[in-house]
Design a protein around this ligand. Structure first.
Ligand code: NAD
Ligand code: USQ
Length: 423
């Protein structure tokens, strides 16, 4: 290792589970393919796994960067090109990342990539992930479902044909469940009906064509595990906040993206951006919408825990991946309290069709049982997120903040002042 390079981190930050939660398999070093490795979560996950000593390959087709061009927006934090990032990572860490540029909806590309890299595990982030984007109009709904469902199907076929022992760790979403008036379980619920009892997939009531694509994926994955004996972990992840991780902090050119716009910006990141530029915090409707949340550093830890404790052959398991839940109103208030300047909350008409007040209690013990030590949403976390935004406040385009996609319309215009139209 050359001077100035960081040491690989092999020690574990996790509590060692014992007893019934005994680790299934001790795996020192894996060949891991990270699909969607140029994205908000995929990039820092690839770095984290590489630093832990795994051999990591990154797959992406850069479509996320293309959506920005389509919408006329950009990541708040500047991000460098993938090939540059990979070179910088090699200089900083001494670790190589293999890159595979292509589209998961192309079955030949998927098959060739598995043949060339020979992964033992695959982490699949590579989907269109914005609910508003999927609700723009018919074209965007169809694109979202084709991209997500077909990409995942190509992947399970390639795994089944090449090497069914590959452990697939797939990013799903807490939004698959919706907001039922009963407790949400981790993937499955025991149902007694007319005197007979069975454990069945938890009923799904997703809230957008994007969230529906994840439900379709889950069904396809469970079926593939059943018929071909694949091993799969479906991570039903909540909403992620944050931008900095132990690895991206090592060099400015390793930064991951940060979205604040009305289509891709997620709620807490968005509220922080709004506070810094003096825009009212846009709580949709009553603000009683409750969601499971997690710090970006916990995404990395959860994925790693799933990889180190793989599903069994033929097993389709579901982990609810979030650490705390808050209402949208509570999050806005936390940002206002922690912003050193003046910030105010504005209740705007909810552009979505969703319950604005509801019961919410969701189980999330499986990752804790495997040893997750969560980063909770402390004032210091919010302040560091506000500081990230403040460093790049000149890059905020105020015109990009307003929500432009109304669920009740079948066709929406993204930015009325521009020539980007729905069709
Ligand atoms: P992102 O859009 O930043 O990253 C996804 C990456 O996948 C992008 O780089 C994109 O170019 C790539 N991609 C998309 N379709 C592809 C295809 N067909 N072939 C190859 N590459 C493709 O999204 P993210 O926020 O990093 O989310 C990653 C995953 O985690 C998604 O599946 C998302 O649904 C899930 N998730 C995200 C959050 C969140 O808050 N960001 C929360 C829960 C779940
Ligand atoms: N919201 C506001 N004001 C805003 C933005 C959002 O009140 O300015 C509200 C929304 O109406 C919604 C909640 O905040 O009730 C969450 O919205 P979001 O855009 O932060 O999250 P969502 O659309 O659910 O999607 C995000 C990711 C998606 C992931 C999902 C996890 O984009 O990839 O799957 O979070 S979950 O919410 O658990 O389904």
């Amino acid at each position: 290792m050359g001077p100035g390079r960081i040491a690989p981190v092999r020690d574990t930050a996790f509590k060692r589970p014992g007893g019934a939660q005994e680790r299934k398999r001790e795996v020192a070093r894996l060949r891991i393919l990270v699909l969607g490795g140029d994205g908000y979560l995929g990039w820092p996950t690839a770095l984290h796994l590489s630093r832990r000593g795994h051999d990591v390959g990154v797959v992406d087709n850069f479509v996320r960067r293309q959506y920005d061009h389509e919408m006329g927006v950009d990541s708040l934090v500047p991000i460098t090109q993938l090939h540059h990032r990979v070179r910088v990572w090699e200089e900083v860490s001494g670790n190589r990342l293999d890159t595979f540029i292509g589209d998961l909806t192309d079955p030949v590309f998927v098959d060739n990539t598995l043949e060339r890299f020979e992964p033992e595990a695959i982490v699949h982030f590579a989907e269109q992930r914005s609910a508003p984007y999927s609700m723009i109009d018919r074209q965007h709904a169809v694109y979202t479902q084709v991209n997500n469902v077909v990409g995942t199907l190509n992947l399970v076929y390639a795994i089944a044909e090449r090497d069914p022992s590959i452990h697939l760790v797939k990013l799903g979403t807490m939004g698959e469940y919706g907001t039922p008036n009963i407790d949400i379980e981790e993937g499955f619920i025991e149902i007694t009906h007319k005197g007979r009892t069975e454990v069945l997939p938890y009923p799904k009531q997703p809230g957008s064509f994007y969230h529906l694509s994840k439900v379709h994926d889950s069904h396809n994955l469970q079926f593939a595990c059943r018929i071909w004996g694949l091993r799969c972990t479906d991570l039903n992840q909540g909403i992620v906040y944050g931008q900095e991780t132990g690895e991206t902090d090592l060099h400015p050119d390793l930064a991951t993206r940060f979205d604040y716009d009305g289509v891709f910006g997620t709620v807490l990141n968005r509220f922080c951006a709004q506070a810094v530029v003096g825009h009212p915090l846009s709580v949709y409707g009553k603000g009683g919408q409750t969601r499971g949340m997690l710090d970006i550093r916990d995404t990395l830890a959860c994925v790693e825990l799933a990889l180190m404790n793989p599903a069994d052959k033929g097993e389709f398991r579901v982990f609810n991946q979030f650490t705390e839940s808050f209402t949208v109103q509570q999050m806005a208030e936390m940002v206002v309290e922690n912003y050193p300047g003046a910030a105010r909350i504005d209740h705007v008409d909810d552009p979505r069709v969703e319950k604005e007040e509801h019961y919410y209690r969701a189980a999330h013990t499986k990752l804790l049982d495997l040893g997750l030590v969560p980063h909770l949403l402390e004032p210091a976390t919010i302040r560091s997120l506000l500081a990230v935004v403040d460093r790049h406040r000149d890059r905020v385009d105020p015109a990009a903040i307003r929500p432009t996609v109304q669920w009740r319309n079948t066709a929406n215009t993204l930015r009325p002042s521009s020539d980007i139209s729905a069709s």
